[in-house]
Design a binder for this molecule. Structure first.
Ligand code: ADP
Ligand code: MG
Length: 212
């Protein structure tokens, strides 16, 4: 039987304590399946229905590798929409409490560029955003992705549907080859996500069936 308590995971004592403070007692099925692989550093392609707790799975993967004293971007999460990016940032901020002073920026299109460039100039540990704006900032030389350790494609199926494939390719090329890549999706349209497997090295595939 799969262990369902977070205490079975190789997380810091601070993060274990933080999770219980947050009221997260047992892992959801997708967390139980994916977290041992994610925390072991594997590339993971995970599919589970909406509301199954995918954010916490990649969030703990990002946090595990953050060096709080280095103000360079170590985690990058790509999301299809501003609303989803805001949701992810909120969830990540809860997990970041276990590490101390962690700066998480949300960078999406539809907002003015200047304030985003200004906030980046102060340094950040994690960036969450939509592919178009992330690529724009990177191409302008305002977003240094060469220090990324964890690259996450959240709702990859929707990002591909929305035509972000080329942007995602360009962003991935700006990240180091030596990184962990995690891909999360609610559906698994084989031909599209097969393309995305090219971003990953020997990915472990994890799938949790929807309830009927
Ligand atoms: P998904 O991305 O799979 O649609 P989310 O990551 O947005 O799902 O999570 C949905 C909700 O479940 C969030 O409110 C989150 O705080 C909550 N949640 C996640 N993991 C757990 C857990 N292990 N125990 C209790 N609640 C959880
Ligand atoms: Mg989600």
């Amino acid at each position: 039987m799969t262990a369902t308590s977070f205490s079975s995971l190789p997380l810091s004592a601070e993060q274990q304590h933080n999770l219980s403070e947050l009221g997260y007692a047992t892992m959801t099925p997708i967390q139980a399946e994916s977290l041992p692989l994610i925390l072991a550093g594997r590339d993971v392609l995970a599919q589970a229905q909406t509301g199954s707790g995918k954010t916490l799975a990649f969030g703990l993967g990002i946090m595990q590798k953050i060096n709080p004293v280095f103000f360079g971007i170590q985690g990058l999460v790509l999301c299809p929409t501003r609303e989803l990016a805001d949701q992810v940032s909120r969830e990540l901020r809860k997990l970041a409490r276990a590490l101390g002073n962690i700066k998480i920026l949300t960078l999406c299109g539809g907002a003015a560029l200047r304030p985003q460039i200004e906030s980046l100039s102060h340094g950040a540990h994690i960036v969450v955003g939509t592919p178009g704006r992330i690529l724009d900032l990177q191409e302008r030389g305002q977003l240094e992705l060469g220090t990324v350790k964890t690259l996450v494609f959240d709702e990859a199926d929707r990002m591909i549907d929305m035509g972000f494939y080329d942007d995602i390719c360009a962003i991935t090329r700006a990240c180091p080859l030596k990184r962990q890549t995690l891909m999360f999706s609610a559906t698994y349209p084989a031909p599209i996500l097969q393309d995305c497997e090219g971003f990953m090295i020997n990915p472990e595939k994890v799938q949790v069936e929807s309830l009927p």
